[in-house]
Every structure is written in C-alpha cells, then in structure tokens.
Design a protein around this ligand. Structure first.
Ligand code: SF4
Ligand code: SF4
Ligand code: SF4
Ligand code: FES
Length: 362
C-alpha cells in the first residue's frame, strides 16, 4: 500500500457507506475502503505504485463536496462521510468505462490474457455488452513512427488504455524512468525517452509489462500464454543468482508459458530480466533431462545410479593416483545454500581437499 503521507499517524474517524470506521492520517479513501472490505473499482491503481488518478473508475461521493472525487488520490479527513455505492456513481463508472473502451478493441476471445484482464473484469461487472460510443481506431501511422519496443517487450498502442502504470513502474520500481506519455488527446501513446535526462536506458527488467492491467505490453518472444482458467500457478525461487527472488511459473499443458511476479519473498514482486524472461530453457527441446556418459566417442544416456557410480569411481581413481588435491569442485549459484553446504562437505570431508569454489566469485 503506497500512502500519500507517512509522517503523522493520527487517528481519523469517518463514515463509509453508513458505517463508522477508523483510519490513519495519510491513508486515502481507497486504502480505508480496502481495509474494511468495501469494494471500489480501480484500473490505474496498483498497490505497488503511488496513486495515479488517471482512470477515474474509483470515484466516490463525499457529503458536502459538489463533485465525486477519485478515492485513490483523496486522503481521508476527520468527520468525512463517504458513499462508494450509489446509482450516480454506478452510472458515472459505466460511462467512464465506455470512454476507456473507445481506444481498446472488443476482442477478448482472441486476447492472450482473456480471463486475467483487469479491464475485462470491470466490463463484465458493469455489464457492458456493447459499445455505443465511437471507437477510435489507433494506427501506428497516426504517430508517424513504429511504437516503442525492446528486444524483450512489444507495445501495442491499440490496446493501451493510457493508465500510466507502466510509466510509474519504470520510475518507481525499476528506478530508470525512460517511459512517458507522448502526443495529445486520442493520439496519445506510451513512448520511450531513452536515454533520459540522466542518461539512463531501459534495462529490460519488465516491470512496465508486469504492471500493465491489459495486454498492451507483451513479451516479444512469448509463447501463447494458455487460458487463465486452465493455467496452474507454481510458486518457486529464481535460480539464476543468489538473490533468490520469489516468482510464479504459469504452467499450461505441462509447459511453462510465462513468469509472473510473486508478491512475497525478498524481491516483493520485482524481478530482473533473467528471472522474468529467461524461462525458455525449461521446455527447450535440447535440454538435458538425464545424465549422459561418453563412451568410445558417443554420448550414452544412463540413469543416475550409473552416472554417480561412474563419477565416484573416477574420483577414487584420481585420488589414489595423484592425491586428494588433484581434485577440485566448483559449485553453482543455482543451488540452494543447503546444497552448497553439502557440496563443500563432500569435497572437504569425503574427498579430503579444500579445493572448493563457487561460480558467484568468478
Ligand atoms: S523494461 Fe524496465 S527499464 Fe525498460 S521501460 Fe520497462 S520498466 Fe523501464
Ligand atoms: S501500456 Fe499498459 S500500463 Fe502502460 S499506459 Fe498502456 S495500458 Fe497502462
Ligand atoms: S530475478 Fe534476477 S535478481 Fe532475482 S534471483 Fe533471479 S536473476 Fe537474481
Ligand atoms: S483507480 Fe483511482 S483514478 Fe484510477
């Protein structure tokens, strides 16, 4: 939860949909609503980012205030009386959603995130079965240039609802700040400003992609993601480096189709390019799935018992012939601490040498 102010922690009394509730100063109306299980629709809001106030889906009414306000950007104040669920708000949110849909295609069945899209959820919730506003078809030619892309990320302006979450994610999470709005009115798109004024360039972390509530930022080399409701989510730890970031593997038809951030772990949802995009080896056809021994110039597939016996015999023979210090072990950052501990124990305690090192030191 990103609060607007964090210094003071005064108690605030307000009334939310007729019920008295307690809040802390610095919280927004949306924060307090969520803490009290009161539903307010949101689209540009992400609890990993500072409130943006761009989508206007989270409008609420405050008694004594002429116009509805965005609950994600409005701090609570003493004695506030807030209504989150009125016929007027329902109508405003529905019309607002239609406005957002004027620049988003109505083709959910063929979309890769069908079933996992924040916009689709709201369209379903507000029962928008047809678009009665003129839909503006955005063409790349309208901007006179190819839309922004990186070797790992493709941007689809026709799907972009201009919420701004990617721009904030690049600044606040990646701390790079190379994305910005470009153009005006219905011609607006997201574009890169790299190198930015501080000389920074995109680091391909994918935080922008992960923050997009629709499918406007996608993996450039991504496979079809599979239906959300048929996808198994497996929480695991990235093995590329010793940071040990927590991530979620999305598995569809026994294949890993993409990586999603996990909200826990040391990384709190953030990932680098390797953890987010480097998963194609898992299902790669060339991946070794069983041990192999080369005999007479040919690789032979064997089971683990045969392979381990083979290695043990070779180690024993070398030790007998040359002494223990003729052996050395190089361990991997892909292993857990416990595995690395056992590895050095094997070399020191069993084989009798201190020649042990780790790839992270190279
Ligand atoms: S990949 Fe990372 S650095 Fe590059 S634009 Fe997206 S958030 Fe910014
Ligand atoms: S690309 Fe996605 S996150 Fe960025 S403004 Fe468009 S819809 Fe929002
Ligand atoms: S996501 Fe990146 S930083 Fe995190 S463990 Fe993997 S390689 Fe290391
Ligand atoms: S969620 Fe508040 S304006 Fe978008």
């Amino acid at each position: 939860m990103v609060t607007l102010r964090t210094k003071e922690l005064r108690r605030i009394h307000l009334t939310l949909d007729g019920k008295p509730v307690l809040a802390r100063s610095g919280q927004t109306i949306l924060d307090v609503a969520r803490e009290n299980d009161v539903y307010i629709p949101t689209l540009c809001y992400s609890d990993k980012l500072r409130p943006l106030g761009t989508c206007r889906m989270c409008l609420v009414e405050i008694e004594g205030t002429a116009m509805p306000v965005t609950s994600c950007t409005t701090p609570v104040s003493e004695g506030m009386v807030v209504h989150t669920d009125t016929a007027n708000l329902d109508n405003l949110r529905r019309e607002n959603l239609k406005l957002i849909l004027t620049r988003h295609p109505y083709n959910c069945p063929s979309c890769d995130i069908n079933g996992a899209c924040e916009l689709q959820d709201l369209v379903y919730r507000y029962d928008i079965s047809h678009q009665d506003m003129h839909a503006y078809q955005i063409k790349p030619a309208d901007f006179g240039e190819t839309p922004w892309a990186t070797p790992l990320i493709t941007y689809h302006p026709r799907r972009c609802i201009l919420c701004g979450r990617c721009v904030s994610a690049c600044t606040e999470i990646a701390e790079v700040g190379v994305l910005a709005y470009k153009g005006r009115g219905s011609d607006t798109i997201i574009a890169s400003t790299e190198p930015n004024e501080f000389g920074r360039e995109c680091i391909s972390c994918g935080e922008c992609l992960a923050s997009c509530p629709v499918d406007a930022l996608v993996e450039a080399n991504g496979q079809p993601k599979g239906k959300a409701w048929e996808t198994k989510k497996v929480k695991t730890i990235c093995t590329y480096c010793g940071t040990g970031c927590e991530l979620i593997l999305n598995v569809s038809g026994n294949k890993v189709t993409h990586v999603s951030p996990s909200r826990g772990g040391v990384n709190q949802g953030a990932l680098c390019a390797k953890g987010r995009f480097g998963y194609d080896f898992i299902n790669h056809k060339d991946r070794l799935r069983s041990p192999m021994i080369r005999r007479d110039g040919y690789w032979e597939e064997v089971n683990w018992d045969v392979a381990l016996d083979y290695v043990a015999d070779k180690f024993a023979a070398i030790k007998q012939r040359e002494g223990a210090d003729a052996l050395a072990g190089l361990s991997s950052a892909r292993c857990t601490n416990e595995e690395n501990y056992l590895f050095q124990k094997l070399f020191r305690g069993v084989l009798g040498t201190n020649n042990v090192d780790h790839c992270a030191r190279l």
